[in-house]
Design a protein around this ligand. Structure first.
Ligand SMILES: NC(=O)c1ccc[n+]([C@@H]2O[C@H](COP(=O)([O-])OP(=O)(O)OC[C@H]3O[C@@H](n4cnc5c(N)ncnc54)[C@H](O)[C@@H]3O)[C@@H](O)[C@H]2O)c1
Length: 378
């Protein structure tokens, strides 16, 4: 397969993870980078031997087919639109936009231009989450009934040097971590039909604990504890709690309940991790903990592989198939996150309009670095 030339816009903290993992995927040829802060682009360029360009110059380069947009959330839609206007496919970090209007604008521009748009997270393509998907599709736990998903912590101001954005619109636990959990749930259970949620905030101000601003306070402008239920088109109900107001808890990241058993799925903020199952008819266990059986992973790609979603989009461009981390999926996740806030404010259930297809599962037999069977890729 002829590699796809990619240019990076936004050379901050997460760019390193993409560049490192991209070496696993032969379809990726990341050649250039740009950032509003020249020093950031120069640092990434010298670490990975990339041509350092201005954003405009990168967008004008005819050989670059895909823009990898790793800017901050407030710039995601703007940079995606600029890439599409320059005739390039765009793949961006999460979230797909700050609100549904931004997300809709990007989807419409991509459709009009006949170009692709993709969105992180891609962790659901990891070995553990694809194993869960395969088990569900094979009927290992029967018909899906319900589930739970918990992401709860005490916030990022204890360690992050500049944590203000976590407490401003577009931040909060839902926009920060929701994309991982909701994408994993849609991969496992399909599209969401409606959301009913309530939000609150335990503190009106937060005190920064990390240098260089230790002791400064931040006003909290968003809810920091959101609890709600997702109604899936399949009929399953999943209770999701996202919080920056909890010191410690003992819940699994994700549990999925079927008529014949329960699956415990590891954190969707990673690609691997242990999967456990307990089934109707299992022999009685001496203690409740002993009824869980760990399952081997049926799929590879379980390491730190942030860029697998980009690689999948690039392979899809070459092969003319759909890509998995699609703009439609990114928009669905964004609509669900926004619905949590709206449901809480309006004190009512919110119907979800978008209804993307579940992304196609990956084959279990794939070699590390390949997203398609070798006869398709040749
Ligand atoms: N840091 C992480 O651990 C992490 C993990 C997963 C996902 N993400 C996501 O990745 C994205 C980037 O996060 P980060 O931590 O790398 O942020 P960062 O602040 O470290 O880097 C962002 C970079 O984008 C540049 N930038 C901003 N607006 C721009 C524009 N209009 N044009 C060109 N460059 C622009 C900034 O100058 C900065 O260098 C966010 O959406 C975040 O949610 C981050």
């Amino acid at each position: 397969m002829i590699p796809v030339n990619v240019g990076v816009v936004g050379c901050g903290k997460i760019s390193d993870a993409y560049l490192q993992a991209s070496a696993t995927f032969p379809v990726l040829n990341i050649t250039a980078c740009a950032d509003l802060a020249l020093a950031a682009a120069q640092a990434l360029g010298s670490s990975y031997d990339l041509e350092v360009l201005s954003v405009d110059a990168l967008l004008q380069r005819p050989e670059i087919e895909v823009v990898l947009n790793l800017t901050i959330p407030v710039a995601h839609a703007e940079v995606n639109l600029a890439a599409l206007a320059a005739g390039k496919h765009a793949y961006c970090e999460k979230p797909f936009g700050l609100d549904t209007a931004e997300g809709r604008g990007v989807l419409a521009a991509a459709e009009e231009a006949g170009l692709r748009v993709g969105c992180a997270p891609d962790t659901f393509l990891g070995g553990s989450h694809q194993t869960v998907r395969g088990l569900i599709d094979d009927g290992a736990i029967g018909r899906l009934v319900a589930g739970t998903a918990f992401m709860m912590g005490s916030g990022h101001e204890s360690w992050h040097p500049s944590p203000d954005f976590y407490y401003q619109p577009g931040g909060g636990p839902m926009f920060d971590m929701g994309p991982y959990y909701i994408s994993a749930l849609v991969n496992a259970l399909g599209a969401v039909k409606s959301v009913a949620a309530i939000g609150s905030r335990a503190y009106e101000v937060r005190t920064i604990g990390s240098e260089p601003r230790a002791g400064e306070t931040i006003a909290v402008e968003v809810d920091t504890h959101l609890a709600g239920t997702l109604e899936f088109h399949s009929g399953a109900l999943v209770t999701l709690v996202m919080s920056f107001d909890v010191i410690a808890h003992g819940h699994s990241h994700i549990e999925i309940y079927g008529t014949e058993g329960t699956l415990i799925e590891p954190s969707p903020n990673g690609f691997g991790g242990a999967i456990s199952i307990a089934k109707r008819g299992d022999p009685p266990a001496a203690t409740p903990d002993q009824r869980w059986r760990d399952l081997p992973l049926s799929h590879g790609h379980a390491g730190a592989l942030r860029s697998i979603g980009l690689a999948d989009m690039c392979a899809a461009i070459r092969l003319g198939r759909d890509h998995r981390c699609s703009g439609e999926l990114g928009f669905h996740v964004l609509e669900i996150m926004a619905a949590f806030d709206r449901s809480s404010r309006e004190r009512q259930r919110v119907e979800i309009e978008s209804h993307p297809q579940r992304p196609a599962p990956l084959l279990a037999s794939l070699v590390e670095g390949e997203l398609d069977p070798s006869d398709a890729a040749s």
